[in-house]
Write a protein that binds this ligand. Structure first.
Ligand code: ARG
Length: 458
């Protein structure tokens, strides 16, 4: 059977090698629900505008539903001879109902059909991403109460910097994921214009109603320029970017928890259900889920590059290159959705190693900046306080003690204005309690943020 897209102009059959080279059915088959939904909306509109009779429309609708059920059940025959899912569905319709089926493609091209189908698919996939981002935010939020009493080192340059409450870390990820959700929403809003009816590239001379199909398919409005629409893949690139940033956030978090789960850090115990063993070393409990989350993010970012390169040199409007857009797009959604689905139970099921964290907490001079600010509050210029505390830390390092283990006289030998009350801000616990600024790790600030998220994420 030769493709229905080969008109009477062809006098030769398709070379088999082209068939295999050009098919997209192997990856666009997953668009069948969107394709059938789009076709039914299109048939309804053609009927409204007098291009199909009610009877013909009913036949088309019923047969398309029957085809959909077969696709659902996996009994629908798939073959490379028909290039893509759109051809498969249309040809099956024609095989079953003859000339009535041959009318469905009136005032439609695969160019607007594919773009409409993929937009509907991406819209649903973005909603799935959003709900999984929310689930992950909630997992981090649940940890906030349970870990409120734990203090962790905050790092810059992966060197110990200042002490923070453990929930300050969890809230940091909730913020990142919230921005991700904002981008998902922006992307969804911008893509939600309906291409159907721009036909191949210039529109149609037939009396269609684009507002009707747009509304039926849940779009906000029809797209405004047929040339633009025929070529437009911005929504895919935007999605691929949004997904790349989510993957980047997940990858950074995965890297952090991989480090934290090492004997060297010993901050966290990962749930064994998401770890694997070694075939030779019996002691190993490896963080493979986190490693794969980090590793798979590379694919997601690569997919964004693939899409960027795919479109960058294309003149208006549709070019067949665009068929190559789907594998990277689908792969990015699949990968990020799977990563998010595994992240939530890992966040929920991990436990902080409180003792080990506490045992090491006074190493690394997390309270040095607090001491500097204490001196500033006593009236010392910042640069002098900075220099001076550096010297105090140097001395403590030489003696291998914490700042609050230095005798008062030693502190006073560096700065006579230091008195006994300095010990109220030294040590990680005191240092955390000393914070006051908005957005800081000050316990009351952190509590307010937790409360805010509790009301907005519930
Ligand atoms: N199978 C193609 C795709 O998935 C559809 C090609 C549509 N247009 C065309 N003029 N060949 O993108």
């Amino acid at each position: 059977m030769d493709s229905p897209s080969r008109s009477g102009v062809f006098q030769a059959q398709t070379d088999k090698r082209l068939e295999a080279f050009a098919e997209s059915i192997s990856f666009d088959r997953r668009l069948y629900r969107q394709d059938i939904r789009g076709s039914i909306a299109h048939a309804d509109m053609l009927t409204q505008r007098g291009m199909l009779t009610n009877q013909e429309c009913e036949t088309i609708r019923d047969t398309l539903k029957e085809i959909e059920q077969e696709l659902d059940a996996g009994t629908f025959p798939i073959s490379f001879e028909l290039e893509d899912i759109h051809m498969h569905v249309e040809q099956a319709l024609i095989d079953r109902v003859g000339d009535v089926g041959r009318k469905l493609h009136t005032a439609r091209s695969r160019n607007d059909q594919v773009s409409t189908d993929v937009r509907m698919w991406v819209r649903e996939a973005l909603d799935q991403v959003d709900s999984r981002l929310l689930t992950l935010q909630r997992a981090f939020l649940t940890r906030c109460d349970q870990d409120f009493d734990v203090i962790l080192p905050a790092y810059t340059h992966l060197q110990r910097a200042q002490p923070v409450l453990a929930p300050h870390y969890w809230l940091a990820y909730i913020e990142k994921l919230q921005r991700d959700r904002g981008r998902v929403g922006d992307c969804r809003r911008r893509l939600n214009e309906c291409p159907l009816g721009v036909a191949a590239v210039a529109g149609t001379t037939l009396p269609i109603d684009r507002d009707q199909t747009s509304e039926t398919l849940g779009f906000d409005r029809p797209t405004a320029n047929s040339l633009d629409t025929s070529s437009d893949r911005d929504f895919m690139l935007e999605s691929a970017f949004v997904l790349s940033l989510i993957a980047s956030h997940l990858s950074g978090w995965a890297e952090e928890w991989i480090l934290w789960s090492t004997v060297e850090f010993d901050f966290i115990k990962l749930p064994q259900a998401f770890c694997t063993g070694s075939s030779i070393m019996p002691q190993k409990v490896n963080p493979d889920t986190l490693e794969l989350t980090r590793g798979k993010s590379a694919r997601v970012m690569g997919n964004l590059q693939t899409l960027m390169l795919l479109v960058k040199n294309l003149p208006l409007a549709y070019n067949r290159d665009l068929q190559e857009d789907k594998p990277p797009l689908f792969d990015s959604f699949d990968t990020v959705i799977a990563s998010l689905e595994l992240a939530a139970p890992i966040v929920e099921g991990s436990t902080l190693r409180r003792e080990s964290i506490a045992n090491g907490l006074e190493r690394g001079y997390l309270d040095a900046t607090t001491l500097m600010e204490w001196m500033i509050r006593k009236g010392m210029p910042q640069r002098r306080a900075h220099h001076l505390v550096g010297a105090i830390v140097g001395e403590a390092m030489n003696q291998e003690v914490a700042l609050n283990e230095l005798p008062l006289e030693v502190l006073q030998s560096h700065a006579p204005e230091i008195d006994e009350s300095v010990f109220e801000i030294l040590g990680s616990k005191n240092a955390v309690a000393a914070f006051v600024s908005y957005g800081s790790t000050a316990p009351d600030q952190v509590q307010k943020q937790i409360d805010r998220w509790k009301s907005s994420l519930s």
